[in-house]
Design a protein around this ligand. Structure first.
Ligand SMILES: [Zn+2]
Length: 302
């Protein structure tokens, strides 16, 4: 998970002006969409911010404004994701279960062919659960994780390189290129995901793949629970996606042919009825999660 973006340290001034902007425009109930510059309207109030929704029909992005500051984000990540280095304290926002990550990678292998030996960039790797399963399946993972506690845990437990930023990765390996980059429930934490995707794209070899997973604001739980829905109430989330807005962000990040992917996931806590409901909700595009695969064309010049 992320403590801001690689650019976030230099964005203090920008975010201060964003706060002033928010005060000015929040009074009249409109905001400018940070992605398409269209008009956004107040969608949901939260204790720590307001969620706005872009009204442009080709966009529809939902975003938090103002964004939580870097200092506050660090405090929240420590309290809710990484309270202790030895996993001795309870975690509020836990990682995806290993069994789910294993199903995802095995189905990815069934779609794309053997993953053995592929170089994986696990972007926002947290404690490294995805990389651990990737290692089991024969991939060669490298992690990127700005949170120092999470970085220490993933480095120590998996013995793989884990960098604090893409700049650090580049400084250690000038020619670093990956066959596969995965952002597993990470894109919603980024300060400007379209800018970071453009950076990530430079690390993907021609013919390589990007897999992105995130929440789906069209899901039944979001409609029923509204601002109590965990993906809305989590203060480390800065954006909230449906398929349309996620596709637009991916395209703005330089991935021009994003393809929705629907892995058949069996959650360990689902009984037969819930499993059936989950399959139906996936079929009708109202399940909790979105998964997108992007292919970087072999002829692409980086
Ligand atoms: Zn927009």
């Amino acid at each position: 998970m992320f403590v801001g973006s690689p650019q976030s340290g230099s964005n203090t001034t920008l975010r201060m002006s964003e706060r002033e902007f928010h005060r000015e425009h929040g009074r009249i109930g409109t905001m400018i969409c940070p992605l398409c510059r269209g008009k956004a309207v107040r969608h949901l109030p939260l204790p720590h911010t307001t969620i706005w929704r872009c009204r442009a029909s080709h966009c529809g992005l939902e975003f938090a404004s103002p964004q939580v500051s870097d200092d506050e984000l660090r405090r929240i990540y420590t309290a809710t994701y990484y309270p202790s280095i030895d996993n001795s304290r309870p975690v509020k926002y836990g990682a995806t279960p290993d069994s789910v990550l294993r199903q995802v990678l095995l189905q990815l292998e069934a779609s794309l062919g053997s993953l053995k030996g592929l170089r994986l960039l696990d972007y926002g790797c947290g404690r490294g659960p995805l990389s651990r399963i990737a290692l089991e399946l024969g991939l060669v993972p490298v992690g990127m994780e700005p949170d120092p506690v999470a970085r220490s845990i993933s480095k120590a437990s998996l013995g793989m390189p884990v960098y604090g930023s893409l700049e650090e990765l580049r400084s250690q390996d000038l020619l670093a290129q990956f066959d596969l980059v995965i952002l597993w429930n990470v894109i919603e934490h980024l300060r400007q995901p379209w800018s970071e995707l453009q950076e990530i794209r430079r690390f993907l070899r021609p013919g390589g793949r990007l897999l992105v997973s995130t929440m789906n604001t069209r899901c039944l739980r979001a409609r029923i629970e509204s601002q109590r829905w965990e993906s809305y109430s989590n203060p480390t989330h800065l954006y909230y996606f449906d398929s349309g807005s996620l596709e637009r962000v991916l395209r703005c990040g330089g991935f021009h042919t994003p393809q929705e992917w629907k892995p058949k996931i069996r959650y360990p806590h689902h009984g037969a009825v819930r499993r059936c409901l989950y399959e139906l909700s996936t079929m009708f595009g109202v399940s909790d999660g979105l998964y997108y695969l992007c292919h970087l064309a072999s002829s692409t010049h980086l």
